[in-house]
Ligand binder design. Structure first.
Ligand code: PLP
Length: 363
């Protein structure tokens, strides 16, 4: 079996033991005589699967009972609307526009109320987290302050959370979910598309403080499906959920737990990132994209001096079993997404290839 080193930003690599376990159980799930793919979401066997997924997630993050966990569909993108629809009770929220997805979220929220841009780094091409020194004062009287904690495309992340005072912090953690500890009580709501670190595409995990969802959504026009209250009351089964996707997420959560949990994940991920940034900092061929203080431990972005050299690097990577390093069109160049399932050995293989590539350009 030849598996490549997969540095895709998402859908991304899954841990091999998880895939193998799924393969084992695919046709006959634990003596049920049917696959999870064929199973009613109302069955007892499935209730066990979704309850177990939630319980494992609660254990690894340390989610208190005052927060609800939802497994929804529609990708992270649907939450760009779901958040204002549910939480904009006074009709005003603040957005930190630190990248493409934060900008989309801000634009979507503006359809439902007064969505204020509190800070942005667009003027420097989203190469950093913007200055947030005034955020506490700006946050006053807002329904929430929204951040995208890790900017997948640009390779930047918040290394400290903004102080928003009493105003709830809402965070898109899609590309840093489960890659490091999450101090959940610092947030009013976090959400993540699963397809990076938590499972397959088609599941979005929302973790929300129960008091924020109150009796129902802030706006009457909120579709029933998007009501966090309804979804929480129905335990994410108001309609047919993504049964198989949630099953896979549950397995990934267990795998994370078996690896030592989120602290262990953070340690390995920091080490993986350090290896690549060290190569970049010593290089005369590659240029790191993100400003050093804002560098992500999940997505490492870089370029060569010309698009032709970038193309040669990406082409050459294939021959070394390295896939998914082509960056998003907004930055061009390369991006190595080093989520949990990407091994230290995989990162070392990429670093070795980068060094060989550099050598070949110099000689
Ligand atoms: N937010 C972040 C940080 C992302 O990286 C992405 C996709 O890569 C999205 C939102 C959009 O996610 P989806 O495609 O699940 O809607």
């Amino acid at each position: 079996m030849a598996r490549v080193h997969n540095f895709s930003a998402g859908p991304a690599a899954l841990p091999l033991p998880v895939l193998e376990e799924i393969q084992q159980e695919l046709v006959d799930y634990r003596g049920c005589g049917m696959s999870v793919l064929e199973m009613s979401h109302r069955s007892q066997a499935y209730a066990q699967i979704i309850d177990d997924a939630e319980a494992t997630l609660r254990r690894i993050i340390g989610i208190p009972d005052t927060y609800r966990v939802l497994f929804l569909q529609g990708g992270a993108t649907l939450q760009f609307a779901g958040i204002p629809l549910n939480l904009m009770r006074r009709g005003r929220a603040g957005y930190v526009v630190s990248g493409h997805f934060a900008k989309l979220a801000w634009q979507e929220a503006a359809r439902y109320g007064d969505a204020r841009m509190l800070a942005t780094s667009e003027d420097t091409g989203f190469d950093r987290i913007p200055d947030l020194s005034r955020i506490r004062e700006q946050a006053r009287d807002l329904d929430y302050v929204y951040i995208c904690q890790n900017n997948t495309i640009f390779g930047t992340m918040f290394h400290a959370l903004p102080d928003t005072g009493d105003t709830p912090l809402v965070a898109d953690v899609s590309s840093c979910f489960l890659s490091m500890p999450l101090d959940i009580e610092r947030y009013g709501l976090v959400y993540a598309g699963a397809q990076k670190n938590a499972g397959p595409a088609g599941v979005t995990v929302v973790i929300v403080r129960e008091d924020l969802i109150g009796e129902g959504p802030a706006l009457e026009c909120c579709p029933t499906y998007m009501s966090y209250r309804r979804q929480a009351d129905a335990k994410s089964m108001m309609n047919t959920p993504n049964t198989f996707g949630i099953y896979v997420c549950g397995k990934v959560f267990r795998w994370v737990e078996q690896q030592g949990g989120l602290k262990a994940m953070a340690q390995t991920n920091s080490e993986k990132a350090r290896i690549l940034y060290d190569v970049l900092d010593a290089s005369e061929v590659f240029r790191p994209f993100a400003e050093p203080a804002s560098r992500s431990i999940a997505n490492v972005t870089f370029r060569c001096a010309t698009p032709e050299l970038d193309a040669a690097f990406i082409e050459g990577a294939r021959g070394r079993g390295i896939e998914g390093v082509k960056a998003h069109r907004l930055t061009g160049g390369m991006r190595a997404s080093i989520y949990n399932a990407v091994s230290l050995d995989g990162v070392k293989a990429l670093a070795a290839y980068m060094q060989d590539f550099e050598e070949s350009r110099r000689s």
